[in-house]
Design a binder for this molecule. Structure first.
Ligand code: PMP
Length: 388
């Protein structure tokens, strides 16, 4: 029967229970729903109930002017110490509405005001597109988007102010990254959204002057919109505070309460979350690699096992995304030419300022999403062999 109009496009039948084989495999967004089973298991201990009269004030329960819950700050510091992924000693903390808000706050805080020429903002291709999009959207006289770091390697003059985004592990390719530019006029924003044991080995605690983390990829609660920055310099910290005050008067107190409850569970059961998370991403990566190894048209990024201080052994790669490359000369537009027609929804390379020969596929959505992606990919690869 035809899909009934009330069912979404992937289901049909009178009660929408029949899965349609025409449904595309949607591997587009980085929504980390792979962690949902952990939270279902811990439904009770992670639940939050807020009465109507509770936490109504702008500042209820918080220290003057900072808008942050000191209890939540303590939980975050304890979690970093437990995981060993960041050194928080001597660092100040600011919360943001997701790390998205903190990215621009960081640019504002690191750029000199009223400069002779705007601070140049750069990233290494392939990079997370929000760095460029936010910088251009705010259209400030203090900073402007400059593009790829490679253009400026070994060419930075002391009179030029630069801010380099360093994303480690990187979105989309999962590599651990170091800064490319050097010199006294270069500052870095270290985006560690994925520097957690589910996505990467943790070789050592990160210890840069400005680091950004997000609850979205740690616990999977992307919809709660909560991130934090660790900041060494007092003046930079003060500028962050000013930005947060004028931009939003701090993060929702309800969100802070939810984050507190979730981190409370992690401090008790974190090992279980990281083991489950890592096992899931690693298994997905292995399954996809197995399918792709039979292909001559597609390849995946190469990632190597590394020693993880968290698991205290060598851990196999477990990236959040597959960075697929179309190997054949004629497949310049990998997504349009191959994946889309094969029923796979992904993100083209140009989104990350790379060639369209690349496509990013998300490996962190629900198990059903991943299983369907794998099935679609198997079909594509087997068709390749029929054509040969
Ligand atoms: N940085 C990177 C590298 C990301 O991939 C993302 C989300 N995909 C973000 C920052 C923003 O995440 P959020 O605003 O949910 O914290």
């Amino acid at each position: 029967s035809l899909p009934s109009c009330e069912c979404n496009s992937c289901y049909y039948g009178s009660d929408c229970s029949q899965f349609s084989p025409d449904c595309p495999a949607d591997a587009n967004s980085g929504d980390p729903l792979f962690l949902e089973p952990f939270w279902m298991k811990h439904a009770e201990s992670s639940a939050v109930m807020v009465s109507g009269w509770h936490r109504m004030s702008y500042k209820f329960g918080y220290e003057h002017g900072t808008f942050i819950s000191k209890e939540l700050e303590r939980h975050i510091r304890e979690l970093h110490a437990m995981v060993g992924n960041a050194n928080t000693t001597g660092k100040l903390m600011v919360f943001g509405t997701g790390s998205t808000q903190l990215l621009n706050a960081a640019i504002y805080a690191l750029s000199p005001q009223d400069p002779p020429s705007p601070t140049r903002i750069v990233g290494s291709i392939p990079f997370f597109p929000f760095y460029q999009m936010e910088t251009e959207f705010y259209n400030s006289k203090n900073f402007e988007w400059e593009g790829d770091t490679s253009k400026w390697k070994n060419k930075v003059l002391p009179s030029m102010n630069f801010i380099e985004f360093v994303t480690s592990p990187n979105n989309p390719d999962g590599e651990l990254k170091d800064p490319v530019l050097q010199g006294p006029s270069v500052k870095t924003i270290n985006d560690h959204a994925y520097y957690w044991p589910h996505y990467t080995a943790i070789p050592a605690p990160a210890n840069e002057d400005l680091m950004i983390f997000t609850l979205s990829k740690l616990t999977g609660h992307a919809g709660s919109r909560f991130g934090w920055a660790l900041i060494k310099d007092q003046v930079v910290y003060q500028k962050f505070q000013d930005y947060m005050t004028l931009n939003s008067m701090g993060v929702s107190r309800d969100t802070q309460l939810r984050a507190l409850k979730l981190l409370n569970v992690l401090l008790a059961e974190g090992k279980e979350l990281f083991e489950f998370g890592h096992r899931t991403t690693r298994t997905r990566w292995e399954s996809l690699n197995k399918v792709m190894s039979a292909s001559e048209r597609f390849s995946l990024q190469k990632l190597t096992p590394q020693h993880s201080t968290y698991f205290q052994n060598i851990t196999a790669p477990s990236p959040a995304y597959a960075w697929v490359k179309c190997e054949k000369e004629e497949d310049e537009d990998c997504y349009q030419a191959l994946l889309r027609d094969g029923g796979i929804i992904g993100r083209s390379g140009s989104f990350f300022n790379a060639e369209n020969r690349y496509v990013r596929l998300s490996l962190i959505k629900s198990q059903d999403d991943f299983d369907w992606l794998l099935q679609r990919m198997k079909t594509l690869v087997s068709q390749e062999q029929v054509h040969d």
